[in-house]
Design a protein around this ligand. Structure first.
Ligand code: MD6
Ligand code: FE
Length: 196
């Protein structure tokens, strides 16, 4: 489900908090298990952070770069994610992790499924800020052709239930200038990892 402009009223605040998280846990380009460097730069906040390296994709309680716990999930983020989930029919969504991705022009995310989480009953809540992106969203079968959605600043996408394991990705980011964020897109995805 796509909630157009859901976070528009909170954008300045969200961005301030994102910058604070990035100061404590800087963005970095992770290695894929296949040996590539991701074009998207990543950090996390919450009890668990998403990490990728030669050993695979997983959630970890410590930031491998600092050896310290990830910054706590800010209350304002939790509220936003819970409200978006409730609005789309998922009551009591309690994310444990917020993955923060930064895209600069040309950065992309290949088609994939989110399946590193143990609790697949919880949805994924994704918030877009900054430059527009073309989001690819297919089905749980890689064979099905993905639909394209243009996501702009403030949009929230929630996928759960029958679409929880849908393949998704982001096309290479087109160049541009956003009034608040400049030449970049920031995406926040909220995840429930462990079974509650
Ligand atoms: C996005 N990110 O950045 C969406 N999924 O717009 C993802 O779909 C994603 O960055 C699983 C693991 C890392 C990710
Ligand atoms: Fe994903």
């Amino acid at each position: 489900m796509l909630l157009r402009g859901f976070a528009c009223g909170a954008d300045v605040e969200v961005l301030q908090v994102v910058e604070a998280v990035m100061a404590a846990a800087p963005l970095r380009h992770m290695q894929t298990p296949g040996g590539y460097t991701m074009s998207v730069a990543t950090t996390s906040c919450g009890a668990l952070g998403w990490v990728s390296d030669a050993r695979g994709y997983r959630y970890a309680a410590l930031d491998p770069r600092s050896g310290q716990p990830w910054p706590a999930l800010p209350a304002s983020f939790l509220d936003l994610a819970r409200c978006a989930a409730a609005r789309t029919g998922y009551a009591d969504f309690t994310p444990e992790s917020c993955l923060i991705n930064e895209y600069v022009p040309g950065a992309k995310l290949s088609l994939h499924q989110d399946k590193d989480e143990k609790d697949l009953s919880a949805p994924i809540v994704s918030l877009s800020l900054g430059l527009p992106a073309v989001f690819l969203f297919g089905s749980a079968s890689r064979k099905d052709r993905a639909q394209r959605y243009r996501l702009v600043h403030g949009d929230v996408v929630v996928w759960g239930g029958p679409s929880r394991l849908a393949y998704h990705g982001v096309m290479p980011l087109a160049d541009g200038e956003h009034a608040l964020l400049g030449r970049r897109r920031i995406n926040l995805t909220f995840r429930r990892v462990r079974v509650a």
